[in-house]
Design a protein around this ligand. Structure first.
Ligand SMILES: Nc1ncnc2c1ncn2[C@@H]1O[C@H](COP(=O)(O)OP(=O)(O)O)[C@@H](O)[C@H]1O
Ligand SMILES: [Mg+2]
Ligand SMILES: [Zn+2]
Length: 364
C-alpha cells in the first residue's frame, strides 16, 4: 500500500503542520460549540480530507479524547468504515450539476443513523456550476441541526462571496521542510527503511509543502533503493534531468520522432527516475527556451553554463513562442496527475504524444 494511504492521520494530534486548525476544532468539540458549515482551503495533500474525516468522527464520538475521536467506541468503529452512510463524500469535480446538489438537499432531511451528526464532505467545491452553488446556498442558509457541511477546495478564489460568508474558513498551510523531515523519519523508522539526514532533507524539500507529495516521492525512492536510501540515489532520482536529455527530448518533439521519444522514457524509467519530476523538468525546459527567445538578458535570468546556454539558444530558434507556452501548460498540468496515477508511464507517454500532435495539427 502506498505510504500516503497507509499513513492517513486518525486523530487531530497526528495531523502535522496545521495546529492553528486542529487546536480550534478540538476546542469546539470539547466545548460543544460545533459549526454547521466549514470551508477548508489549501494546496493538495496538506490534510483537508483527513481533517474533515477526523472531525466527522470526533463530533460523533461517545468518549472524545482531548477533542479527538477515541477510536474505540461504537460510533468511532462504525465511522471508520469509509462507506458509512453518515459521512457522505462528494467530489464536486464529477458531480457539479444542480441535480447533484438537489439530491443532497433532499437527503439532508433524513436523520443520521445511530449517530448524532451526518457530515457532508464536498471536495473541490469550486467546480460546482452557478446553479449548483445557488442550490447549495439554500441548504447552507438553514442547515438542519443534525447536519454538518465541510467544503474543501484548492482554489478558494473561485468561490462566490455568498458561500464564503456562510462558512467558517480554515486555511491549510504548506508544511515546513522541518516538519516534513520529522514526519518522514518517523514513518521510515516504522517501515524499517534506512535513510540519512541529507536524503531526508532532499525528499522533504522536493515535496514542496505537500505531505502527500512528500510521501509519494519517498515511496518511489524507497522502492528503488530497496530499503536503504542513500544520498547518491536520491539525487539521481530527484535531481533535475541532465539538460542534454531535455534538449534531446525537445528535438524528438520537434521532429515528431515517436519511437525515439518512447525509448527515452523507457531509459528514464529503468534508471528509476520519478516521471512526475521529469514532466516538471520538461515544462521548465520549455520555460527556459521561452526566456532565451524573448528576454534581452536571458542568461542573467537563467544563469546557465556557457555551453548549455549556447545549446538552448540554438534550440529556442526552432520553436514558436506559442508552442513553448503550450508545452509549459501541458507538462505542468501532467506533473500533478503523474504524482497520483497508477499508470505513470502510460500517462506520460500520452502527454508527450498529445504535445506532439498539437504541433502536427498546427502545421496542416
Ligand atoms: N497535515 C497532514 N498531516 C499528516 N499527514 C498528511 C497531512 N496532509 C496530508 N497528509 C498525508 O497525505 C494523504 C492525503 O491527505 P489529504 O488529507 O487527502 O489531503 P488533501 O485533502 O488536502 O488533498 C494523507 O493520507 C496523509 O498520508
Ligand atoms: Mg482531499
Ligand atoms: Zn469514539
Amino acid at each position: 500500500m502506498a505510504l500516503y494511504r497507509a499513513y492517513r492521520p486518525k486523530t487531530f494530534e497526528e495531523v502535522i503542520g496545521q495546529e492553528h486548525i486542529t487546536k480550534t476544532l478540538q476546542n469546539q468539540i470539547m466545548n460543544g460549540h460545533i459549526g454547521h458549515a466549514y470551508l477548508f482551503t489549501g494546496t493538495r495533500g496538506t490534510g483537508k480530507t483527513s481533517v474533515a474525516k477526523i472531525f466527522a468522527r470526533a463530533v460523533n464520538c461517545l468518549d472524545p479524547q482531548n477533542g479527538s475521536p477515541c477510536g474505540k467506541c461504537a460510533n468511532c468503529l462504525k465511522l471508520q468504515n469509509d462507506n458509512d452512510i453518515n459521512v457522505i463524500e462528494m467530489d464536486a469535480a464529477s458531480n457539479n450539476k444542480v441535480d447533484d446538489v438537489r439530491e443532497i438537499r433532499e437527503k439532508v432531511k433524513f436523520m443520521p443513523v445511530d449517530v448524532k451528526y451526518k457530515v457532508y464532505i464536498i471536495d473541490e467545491v469550486h467546480m460546482l456550476t452557478d446553479s449548483a452553488f445557488n442550490a447549495l446556498l439554500k441548504t447552507l442558509e438553514e442547515p438542519p441541526k443534525h447536519i454538518i457541511f465541510i467544503l474543501a477546495t484548492t482554489e478558494v478564489h473561485k468561490l462566490p462571496q455568498t458561500i464564503l460568508s456562510r462558512c467558517v474558513r480554515f486555511d491549510f498551510r504548506l508544511v515546513s521542510v522541518k516538519e516534513l523531515m520529522a514526519h518522514l523519519e518517523k514513518i521510515f523508522k516504522r517501515e524499517k527503511i534506512e535513510c540519512d539526514e541529507e536524503s531526508l532533507k532532499l525528499i522533504a524539500t522536493a515535496g514542496e509543502g505537500s505531505v502527500r507529495d512528500t510521501l509519494s516521492i519517498a515511496d518511489s525512492i524507497a522502492s528503488y533503493c530497496q530499503g536503504k536510501i542513500t544520498k547518491e540515489e536520491t539525487l539521481k532520482i530527484l535531481g533535475t534531468t541532465d539538460y542534454l536529455l531535455n534538449v534531446e527530448f525537445f528535438n524528438c518533439l520537434k521532429e515528431r520522432e515517436v519511437g525515439k521519444m518512447l525509448a527515452l522514457i523507457d531509459k528514464m524509467e529503468k534508471e528509476g527516475k520519478n516521471l512526475a519530476v521529469f514532466a516538471k523538468d520538461i515544462s521548465r525546459h520549455a520555460r527556459n527556451l521561452l526566456v532565451v527567445k524573448t528576454c534581452e538578458n536571458a542568461n542573467e535570468i537563467l544563469s546557465l553554463p556557457d555551453d548549455a546556454y549556447a545549446l538552448f539558444d540554438e534550440q529556442a530558434k526552432l520553436f514558436d513562442e506559442k508552442d513553448l507556452i503550450r508545452y509549459m501548460q501541458v507538462f505542468s498540468s501532467a506533473e500533478n496527475e503523474l504524482r497520483y496515477t497508477l499508470s505513470v508511464r502510460l500517462l506520460l507517454e500520452t502527454t508527450c504524444l498529445t504535445a506532439m500532435s498539437g504541433e502536427q495539427v498546427k502545421k496542416n
